[in-house]
Design a protein around this ligand. Structure first.
Ligand SMILES: NC(=O)c1ccc[n+]([C@@H]2O[C@H](COP(=O)([O-])OP(=O)(O)OC[C@H]3O[C@@H](n4cnc5c(N)ncnc54)[C@H](O)[C@@H]3O)[C@@H](O)[C@H]2O)c1
Length: 342
């Protein structure tokens, strides 16, 4: 079988997880080149994975015979690098968020369409077995008609520690960095978001001097009538929490990634009735231990899409729909008014 030759760009937190994911599918993909502006990181990762080290993305594109490029770089670089990779005829996977603006995302979708390459947004959480099971249950209407969804994502990830790029105004704040995960997941699970209102504040920087936000709450209304809230923060002084709740007319699903069995649900839906709460077995590691599992599933999915010549489900369209909600949410923060998602 042909192996996909991959070049990985950005070797920080997410890049390391992507590299580990390629090592787990050596029968399908070869990580032949790694690139980071930090020469030491590039050398070290190249040594670990038997790849060639680069500090310049364009040079890597020029010198290596790559089939695909994997981008784990700061948000504001996503569009430029995706478009360059597409123009060079490479399949591309880019970390979430697809881009910092809807405008940029449109150009990326157009460039990858024109080049006829596979394009996928690396949203790790849609590849978590617990979230796949939640989707299966929702699709089978185990909880009837969903009327409310709630999300809490609370982590410690201070931008000033080692991720100064997060404070660059182009990268906005936690609504773009974190809430975007849930705008994508909730739309995948429930359907399109129609309206959003939001508040966003910062502990790290003085809001009077910067638009950066590290705490935000967005309230959303879905086209099917359900409502939801997404609360995200990166400044908690405790163990991280990632919890999603889904309430329907015939049951409830709770996914709490701090638990060994993260999903529990009950149902009174005909043919699916449970005797109170049930906790099915799913492959899982308690958060944040689930990262390698999610990233391995995600990278394998991308490579399989290339090998099997099929369009990734989590492509440009899902990416842009989530950034549309982010943009509307920031508008809601500024105006204090609920915004339609266009
Ligand atoms: N799916 C997830 O759960 C998840 C988790 C973390 C990060 N991310 C995403 O991954 C992206 C990167 O975040 P991170 O946390 O890995 O950041 P990071 O700061 O840990 O790593 C980014 C790396 O990119 C390198 N870099 C910067 N400019 C470059 C350039 N021009 N060419 C080559 N390399 C360059 C930096 O030197 C750094 O090593 C972000 O878009 C973020 O949203 C996703």
């Amino acid at each position: 079988m042909k192996k996909i030759r991959v070049g990985l760009v950005g070797l920080g937190f997410s890049g390391s997880l992507h590299a580990d994911a390629y090592a787990a599918i050596k029968d399908k993909a070869d990580l032949v080149a790694v690139c980071d502006i930090d020469k030491e990181k590039a050398k070290m990762m190249a040594g670990c994975y038997g790849a060639k080290a680069y500090t310049d993305f364009n040079k890597m594109l020029e010198k290596e015979k790559l089939d695909a490029v994997d981008l784990c770089i700061p948000h504001h670089l996503h569009s430029k690098f995706v478009i360059a990779a597409a123009k060079a005829g490479k399949h591309v996977i880019v970390e979430k968020p697809i881009a910092t603006t809807v405008e940029e995302a449109k150009k990326m979708i157009e460039a990858t369409r024109k080049a006829n390459v596979r394009f996928m947004v690396a949203e790790d959480q849609v590849h978590l077995p617990a979230h796949k099971l939640a989707k299966e249950l929702l699709d089978k209407r185990a909880i009837g008609k969903i009327f409310m969804a709630r999300v809490l994502s609370a982590v410690y990830d201070m931008p000033e520690d080692d991720k100064g790029w997060k404070l660059d105004p182009k990268n906005k704040g936690v609504l773009l960095d974190m809430a975007v995960h849930y705008f994508m997941i909730l739309q995948w699970l429930i359907g399109p978001i129609e309206k959003v209102s939001a508040m966003a504040e910062s502990v790290v920087v003085d809001k009077g001097k910067s638009d950066f936000d590290d705490n935000a709450i967005a309230i959303v209304k879905f086209k099917n009538g359900a409502i939801g809230d997404v609360s995200v923060t990166t400044v908690v002084a405790r163990e991280p929490c990632n919890r999603l709740e889904f309430y329907g007319t015939e049951g409830t699903i709770i996914v709490d990634h701090s638990c060994e069995k993260p999903l529990m649900y009950h149902s009174v839906h005909r043919g699916m009735e449970t005797d109170g709460w049930v906790r099915p077995e799913v492959e899982h590691e308690t958060y944040p231990g689930y990262f390698p599992l999610a990233f391995r599933n995600e990278v394998k999915y991308f490579i399989d899409c290339i090998l099997e010549n099929r369009e990734p489900e989590f492509g440009g369209k899902m990416g842009i729909e989530s950034v549309k909600v982010v943009e509307a949410a920031y508008k809601a923060v500024k105006t204090g008014k609920t915004q339609n998602v266009k």
